[in-house]
Design a protein around this ligand. Sequence first.
Ligand SMILES: [Zn+2]
Length: 310
Amino acid sequence: MFRKPLPNFTIQDTYPVCISYISNAGIKQYMVDMQEHVYTQSEKYLKLISQSKLQELDIPTIFNIPVDTNGRKSQTHENNWFVKLYKYYLSKNEQKYSDANKFYNRIKLDGVINNNSKRCCYCNNHKIEVVDHFLPESKYIFLAVNPINLVPACEECNDNKHAYSPSATEPVLVHPYFDFIDHINWLDVRLVERVEAKDENKYIYSFEYFVKEISESSVSIDRIKKTFEELKINNNITFDAQNFFNTELIYDLRDPEELGGLLDTDLALHFKRKSEKLVTQGYGLNHWKVALYQMLSSYSDLSFFKENPS
Ligand SMILES: [Zn+2]
């Protein structure tokens, strides 16, 4: 999870532009009439998120889509147009919808320009590929084109998050625009096992990432843990960390011309500096590589990582 700058435009910018493209006069008028309800829900969202109570956001009946006797939602009801505004205009990369699409692109790009980070707001690892609805558009249709609910993410996190919606009994996910957790070091990693790679004369190391138990966090640690689990962030970052460790770092550690030539005390210092450098480069305290270097810098004896199977 990584804080992203809140877009400097609001629903009052995106909604009128999107509805201006609707060609059917009756539907357009319906959406104009619904505007105040959409803005009211946006204000409620802002109020509740600042109190970490987003699970209390209601869905007024005016936003219901009627269902038939088989439980299928009506395809023709005007309320379907809230999601269509996103699908047809905001996210559509077409010249004729560029006044709406520019907002979509700015959400994706602002994470790159302003925050020194091209990485996903959830895993802080993969590059930004999509815009994610923090609360799902399928349920909260009035948030479909609201910038406060649109965040830059990678496809894997977007897929894993699926149609998550907050419940009264579980911690709410960390919000990339409103929850500030980058100043606390909450990500940690441990070595799980070392197994011999058959026919390769080497060991393969496996790791596990987890959320540390810390007390001084302004955002409840349960919310960080819930986000970490819900989006399967451990799978995502462990894959890259193990790949880096087993195909790059381990060779440097065994090579006397590289890191293998350093005393353990110097190696620990080397890893400590590596992690600090990544933090100053904008990766933040909670990037998998920062945590990996920190863990390695805590070893007083690194011979375990320099060994070959006998
Ligand atoms: Zn991601």
